[in-house]
Design a protein around this ligand. Sequence first.
Ligand code: MG
Length: 374
Amino acid sequence: MSDLRVSRITTDIVDLPLIRPHQFANHRITHQAYLLVTVHTDSGICGVGEGVSPGGPWWSGESIEGQQQMVERYFGPALVGHDAGDLSGALSTMDLTAHGNSFAKAAVEMALIDALGRALGVPAHFLLGSGAVRSALPVRWALSARGTDDVVEEARQRRAEGHDSFKLKMGSLDVDEDIRRVLSVVEAVGEDVGWSVDPNAAWDFRTAVWALLELESGGIDLIEQPVDRRDHHAMAAIRERLTRARLMADESVCDPRTALEVMQTRACDAISVKVGKSGGLLRAAATSTIAAAAGASSYGGTALETSLGTAASAHLFAALPEPFLGCELVGPLLLASDITVEPVTYRGGHLIVPEGPGLGVDLDPDAVGRHARR
Ligand code: MG
């Protein structure tokens, strides 16, 4: 179709330092590893994609080393000779090659989209069905897990830059202490901004019910995945007990099929849409379409991507249907070093959707060399 044949696929792993430790419920990281996938075509045009396991393999079960093996040994050889413009065919080929492995598949699909966009001279969001619905994405700032005074100061600084919503990770402390910490930050900064919490499924149902009612009455308006990813009925029961706060599914929804299951159970008001867990941009877009059809909102989630992966997510979220709750694409702002010639642009608390061909950002080979894993 596009006369853009895949000639080979190569990979690199880079380890990038963060500006400060990032705390998940049970993991704390100071560096994040990324898999860079380059699709070479017989036209000479290349595309680059990014795989990531946010915080390590605990979230998805995929490690960065495993993703590299999947691409090098299986997906790459299976796709040599494939038309880079046939994105659905490439996904089918990868599905036939290996079950699961969504983050690795997403990295390859991202590279194919980058190559195709460059060959056609259009930004990636044009390949997702339309021009951009939105050219700038409001960014919810992910606060650190330092002491309350430091977190309040961080929120005030980011608010002055234009961020009008904030997210706090929970689940790493005793629940009472955790609630007191969060509500003291909200009280100090003010309830006239958006507040979300994400315990990363750390709580059982009963803990979640009382904790979330406390948090809701204290000004939290968006609650992300409080309980186990497989327990849609618990999510639905929690949702019934909330009044003003929206309940968002993250770990529970990893592809269009799980989106359908969750929406049939009425288990959430919103879905955190992510490229990696969905197995690529096309399936992430389909997930969002299912959410919208069932009356739920989409939210632009992050896996702490570099400017490369953030650009890919920005193209996707630029094209998602309404209702859209904004995004949390803060990865490049948390990295002390990035891997593109120019980083993605933030302005007034918004991420600007890149307009160049493909993903609209260029890999910096020197930066990749400096951070390459030996
Ligand atoms: Mg989450």
